[in-house]
Design a protein around this ligand. Structure first.
Ligand code: SF4
Length: 334
């Protein structure tokens, strides 16, 4: 399965419970950034630019655990920065799983994985999201580290051998051709990864280099190729979101479904754009006009097709259309 069955069941129950309680703006995923320091300096990474003044800050373990409690999202994606550089990464992961029963995803560039797997055993609540942005030449150029592609391949094999669940996360930039995407998907399929997420390059508000990112009109061709591979390979993008990326349907955004907590506080309104950092989850909600962002009225939303905002919409709308729901079930069960 492209998504763990237990995670799907827990998420479905959580959404039903929230809807029955009459809640509209509730989180599905917490993006927990306990630090912004990284051992790579990828081209196109907004974090190392936006947080250059606090790049050495690290969230205390108790604060990281309390953030997950405060927000209540069933899925916690530990990212950053490079989360495996966080000195409390092992206890954070195990305590989120054992004490809070959260589904934990570690978003990592794989460089420090050998150390981590000595500390944390495989679990049905744990998966890795490994960063790989193309085949060898493209990936190593984008992450600005020769040999990184080979490290990823080696670490994916090691994780699969040890029984961990492994997903990959690929950002598609302008220079990534449709042919290369196909080659990458086939290569990752051959390595036995459990899921692959491919999404358009994020245009962080702090970045000015427009040439890196796919223009709206460039997305359809590349993502048509991705969509054509989704039946045969474990691509995790939902079919509805892929329809959106190829321009065959429109979606509203649901930025409240994926909330970001970092050492400065709760970042709002979304993963990409920052109006401020709030000290409590409630303050973030009180300060944010979710309807304004849902309807993409902010100028910064203009070309955005960020998966977390739009896949959140797909998850919340599950069940509204029989046809879409059946496509989703088939997609996830295959
Ligand atoms: S469309 Fe959604 S995810 Fe994208 S910038 Fe706007 S609020 Fe953020």
């Amino acid at each position: 399965m492209r998504v763990p069955l237990k995670q799907m069941i827990d998420l479905g129950r959580y959404i039903s419970r929230k809807k029955r309680a009459g809640e509209k703006y509730f989180p599905l995923v917490l993006m927990l950034e306990p630090l912004h320091a990284c051992n790579l300096a990828c081209v196109g990474c907004g974090r190392i630019v936006e947080y250059k003044d606090t790049i050495r800050d690290m969230m205390p373990l108790d604060e990281a655990l309390a953030s997950a409690e405060e927000c209540g999202a069933p899925i916690v994606s530990i990212c950053g920065g490079e989360p495996l550089m966080y000195k409390h990464i092992a206890p954070l992961t195990t305590r989120l799983i054992e004490e809070q029963k959260r589904h934990v995803m570690i978003c990592t560039n794989a460089i420090l994985l050998e150390r981590f797997v000595k500390q944390v055993a495989p679990s049905s609540y744990l998966s890795f999201n490994i960063h790989i942005d193309g085949m060898r030449e493209t990936n190593d150029r984008v992450v600005d580290r020769k040999g990184h592609f080979d490290i990823v391949v080696k670490m994916v094999k090691m994780l699969k051998d040890k029984g961990y669940r492994v997903q990959t996360n690929t950002t598609v930039f302008r220079e990534t051709s449709a042919e290369e995407l196909e080659e990458l998907v086939k290569m990752l399929g051959g390595l036995g990864v459990d899921g692959m997420l491919l999404s358009p390059g994020y245009h962080y508000q702090v970045l000015t280099n427009d040439d890196l990112y796919l223009k709206k009109e460039e997305m359809p061709y590349k993502f048509q190729r991705v969509r054509s591979l989704a039946d045969d390979y474990k691509i995790m993008n939902t079919p509805i979101y892929l329809d959106y990326l190829v321009g065959e349907r429109d979606l509203l955004c649901s930025p409240w479904t994926t909330v970001t907590r970092n050492p400065r506080g709760w970042k709002g309104p979304c993963y990409l754009i920052t109006n401020g950092h709030y000290q409590t989850f409630k303050e973030l909600h009180d300060a944010t006009d979710w309807e304004f962002y849902r309807t993409k009225q902010d100028i910064r939303c203009r070309d955005c097709k960020l998966h977390s905002g739009f896949e959140g919409t797909v998850a919340l709308e599950f069940g509204n259309s029989l046809k879409d729901s059946w496509r989703m079930v088939r997609h996830y069960m295959s």
